[in-house]
Design a protein around this ligand. Structure first.
Ligand SMILES: [Zn+2]
Length: 427
């Protein structure tokens, strides 16, 4: 297969694609027929041809993931094709330099896959599924640090009817591609104004929590973060950096890095929670600080969920650089902890007027994103997307504005009391 892949011609691969399947693998589907698109900026295309370096399968019968390492990010297009159950991934011309046995092993929902050139300038991966599947995720992660770019296809089990409907409809889903932000260092302020990092959670392929009516955590938290940034800047007293300014996926370690690189005086991560029906009907905002041991089971559950963001987005944590390990290790400085706790209390006090607070609004747990050892950090859960009342608030412009006002007031109080107490700002 290894040799074939680079030499193969279109008709050969077309035959290859059907190989033993019984159904003709005829023409590529019409342009509208497509499921997932990942876009890459134009300049990237001008470079040398992308090489597929390695491939692996993971998961089980309920969810199976195909990961292909690439020398660079590229555009892909993925869609299901019946009958038999197949998933097609189209990409620009790629040199497949995969191990000889790639595609031959069966795992979970995937019985095998084939790959190679399909047409001039176009490569194709044909995944054979054992059962009806849906494409849950299909994207390409940009190369980062010492890791290659990665094409990730997540398949989940679905019903035959659903599969066939999907194959017929070829519903279009546009997915954004995660990017690794450069250090995003902002110049130090000669005037000594404190720098505040605001961290809207999730983004891009990671939507975070979603309400039954489709309100997404990533959208709500970005909107609130932008409002807060505008208010802080209008005050003229602070410099502000957002960890993401748009619908982009940012790994947790990179978010922490933004705070540390810029020697932030305060880091505020903004999220919205969600719980299942059987867990009850909780609502309201909660402020979290970091701790080795969670304050309660609910906080532990939440931290575990929020810490999974990288996994959900397809980052292979086992190969992640030691950033996270470093951060975990440095869970330290008492002074930072005191500042964090002080700000958390202030924040609860100030947003009470705007936000409905949860019954126990001050909690702590092991959030990765709060583990910058030298930056006072809190995580604000604005409310629950599983609560009808909260969703109404979270989606409201007026509410978002009010809660941002509350946050602004808390920040003003925090820095004012620090100065009043004669405590130098940490930076
Ligand atoms: Zn979240």
């Amino acid at each position: 297969m290894r040799r074939l892949a680079s030499l193969v011609t279109a008709p050969v691969l077309a035959a290859l694609a059907c190989g033993g399947a019984g159904t003709a693998f005829a023409e590529p589907p019409p342009p509208h027929a497509y499921a997932v698109v990942a876009k890459v900026p134009a300049p990237a295309r001008a470079q040398a041809r992308v090489v597929a370096l390695d491939a692996r399968l993971a998961g089980d019968e309920s969810r199976t993931r195909l990961v292909i390492d690439l020398t660079r990010r590229l555009d892909i297009r993925a869609f299901v094709l019946g009958d038999p159950y197949r998933v097609i991934v189209d990409l620009p011309e790629v040199t497949f330099d995969l191990p000889a046995n790639a595609g031959r092993e069966a795992r979970g929902l995937i019985s095998a896959y084939r790959y190679g050139l399909f047409a001039p300038g176009k490569a194709r991966i044909v995944i054979e599924a054992k059962a009806p599947v849906a494409i849950d995720k299909a994207y390409v992660l940009a190369e980062a640090y010492d890791q290659p770019a990665r094409l990730v296809i997540d398949l989940v089990r679905t019903e035959r009817e659903q599969f066939l409907r999907e194959a017929a409809l070829q519903k279009e889903i546009v997915g954004s591609v995660p990017t690794t932000p450069a250090a995003r260092e902002v110049p130090a302020a000669p005037d000594g104004r404190p720098l505040i990092v605001i961290d809207p959670g999730h983004g891009g392929i990671d939507s975070g929590a979603i309400s039954p009516n489709g309100t997404e955590e990533k959208e709500v938290v970005l909107a609130v973060a932008q409002k807060l940034k505008a208010k802080l800047e209008r005050s003229g007293r602070y410099r502000v950096v957002l960890t993401r300014r748009d619908d982009t996926f940012i790994p947790l370690a990179d978010r922490v890095k933004v705070a540390r690189t810029n020697k932030a005086a305060l880091f505020i991560s903004i999220h919205a929670d969600s719980i299942s029906k059987k867990e009850g009907d909780i609502r309201g905002a909660t402020v979290y600080t970091v701790s080795d041991r969670a304050s309660d089971a609910e906080a532990a559950r939440l931290a575990e969920k929020e810490n999974r963001a990288d996994l959900i987005a397809g980052i292979d944590l086992s190969t992640q650089t030691d950033d996270v390990a470093d951060i975990l290790f440095e869970l330290a400085h008492r002074e930072t902890k005191n500042f964090s706790a002080h700000f958390a209390r202030t924040l609860v006090g100030q947003i009470k007027a705007a936000a409905h607070m949860s019954p126990n609004p001050l909690r702590s747990a092991g959030f990765v994103v709060l583990k910058a050892a030298d930056v006072p950090s809190v995580l604000l859960e604005l409310g629950y997307l599983s609560s009808k009342e909260d969703v109404k608030m979270l989606a409201s412009e007026a509410w978002r504005d009010k809660v941002a006002d509350g946050m602004l007031a808390a920040i003003e109080t925090f820095f004012a009391t620090k100065v009043a107490a004669g405590t130098p700002t940490p930076r």
